[in-house]
Design a protein around this ligand. Structure first.
Ligand code: 2M8
Length: 441
């Protein structure tokens, strides 16, 4: 067997191990529930060997949809206690939550349309249309919710109310923002007195993964405190924004949404559905508003504070995701590719570091503050190809596969050495390895 066959076999084994029948958990121990963008990436891999199972992965996400259209970021496996569990979220506090499953009260990057289309690509035309028709009402309701609730001023960008919604939990920009003025006094006091070590006793994530590879105690507390504030408002966006603390327009999230909008339009065309006019307009506006996130001085895109409209100029790998959105000019795409090549920024032995090497935050082993992540690489590879940077895309695909072959399906990787970090047997790494291998043929 060749190296790629070995990788394919071990990746399939990971997905098998994490398969709960109708959905796949990201990993045993640390992540025993169903996560939104994880399942979308998982289905993108599953479609290559069992397209019916891939459909089920997506349909099982839809069982968590709230009455207002929101897709929650977690659907809980009953009775499983982990760092995240149903009692912590209490989604039943909201009348909009689904009746028969417990979920979180926030969303995650909208990868759903991408997964739906990738599954569709593997189906013959008639079956593809019936697949699109099957998920259409839920998909449309999700996008309508996004613009109705998360773009209340009709500006074209969706806002996120918790770092967990962006999927990049402790990315430097969020930690800087929380640290600036959003932390309650008691967390500041713990930090100042250096007694946050006691928090380690209450953390379950560091039982599975070395503490230095996860968020710091203060960062973990900050995220939990932000979550409790959302729970107190029963996850009602209006009430949350009244006393808004964390409210950002995340660059990565909005790039994924713009790409999802493109897919939504194509799906609508293929099954002869009309998009509601208001949604259509919002989707067009989104592409224009993305350009407001461009900073001409540093020549890159950033996330933005929802309230003040200040650009949050703490660079991260999100900087490259406008390539995936696919609506920026070729000129700007070239500038982003230059950053990807630059060895002082993103050009490591095993790219792409989640925080640039020249950032004061860069830490090659800490979660979203330096390690390379396979899902982000996958998004960037897709974007590079669409802008015609085929060689860059192939090089990134090869180094990504090499990193996984070398270390196995870890959650994230040291960008300097390619060593695996976080939890082992991680589903999206496995699923996207399968997808990248399929594209090699
Ligand atoms: C991580 O996030 C969860 C909270 O949602 C956690 O820290 O417990 C992130 O890497 C996120 O992007 C991912 O979806 C999730 C499950 O893999 O884990």
């Amino acid at each position: 067997m060749g190296v790629n066959d070995d990788l394919l076999a071990s990746a399939k084994k990971v997905l098998d191990t994490n398969d709960k029948g109708n959905y796949t958990i990201p990993a045993h121990g640390l992540y025993p529930h169903q996560w939104l963008w994880d399942s979308c990436f998982i289905a993108i891999g599953q479609r290559h060997f069992d397209v019916e199972r891939a459909k089920i992965e997506i349909l099982s996400l839809l069982r968590g949809q709230w009455k207002n259209g929101m897709l929650p970021h977690i659907i809980f496996t009953p009775g499983k206690k982990a760092a995240m569990h149903e009692g912590h979220w209490q989604s039943w506090l909201s009348p909009l939550s689904p009746d028969d499953v417990s979920t979180s009260g926030i969303t995650q990057p909208p990868m759903l349309a991408e997964a739906v289309v990738r599954i569709g690509e593997t189906l013959p035309l008639t079956e593809r249309r019936s697949w699109y028709g099957q998920v259409w009402p839920n998909l449309l309701a999700y996008h309508e919710w996004m613009y109705r609730e998360r773009d209340p001023h009709g500006e074209g960008l969706a806002l996120q109310i918790h770092p967990w919604e962006t999927g990049m939990d402790n990315t430097p920009g969020w930690m800087e923002l929380l640290g600036e003025h959003l932390l309650p006094w008691w967390i500041r006091l713990l930090a100042r007195l250096h007694i946050d070590g006691i928090i380690s006793w209450f953390r379950s994530d560091t039982r599975y993964v070395p503490a230095q590879e996860r968020l710091s105690n203060i960062e973990a507390l900050a995220l939990y405190d932000t979550q409790l504030r959302l729970r107190r408002k029963a996850y009602d966006t209006d009430k949350i924004l009244d006393h808004s603390l964390f409210a950002v327009e995340d660059l990565a999230f909005n790039c994924i949404l713009i790409r999802a909008n493109t897919h939504l339009r194509q799906i609508a065309l293929s099954i002869r559905k009309d998009l509601p006019e208001d949604l259509y307009k919002r989707m067009e506006l989104a592409e224009k508003t993305l350009e407001e996130l461009w900073d001409p001085y540093t020549e890159q895109y950033y996330s933005r504070d929802f309230i003040t409209h200040r650009l949050l100029k703490q660079p991260s790998v999100a900087t490259l995701l406008p390539l995936y959105a696919g609506t920026i000019s070729e000129e700007r795409a070239k500038l982003l590719v230059k950053m990807l090549e630059n060895e002082h920024i993103f050009g490591t032995a095993y790219p792409i570091p989640s925080a640039p090497r020249n950032s004061t935050w860069f830490n090659p082993i800490c979660y979203w503050q330096g390690p390379s992540w396979v899902n982000i690489n996958w998004l960037v590879i897709d974007g590079l190809k669409r802008y015609g940077f085929d060689e860059h895309a192939a090089a990134l695909r090869d180094s990504t596969l090499e990193m996984i072959s070398k270390s196995d399906c870890y959650e994230y990787f040291n960008p300097m050495t390619g060593n695996g970090l976080g939890t082992k047997n991680f589903s999206w790494t496995a699923a996207l390895a399968i997808d990248l291998l399929a594209k090699e043929k």
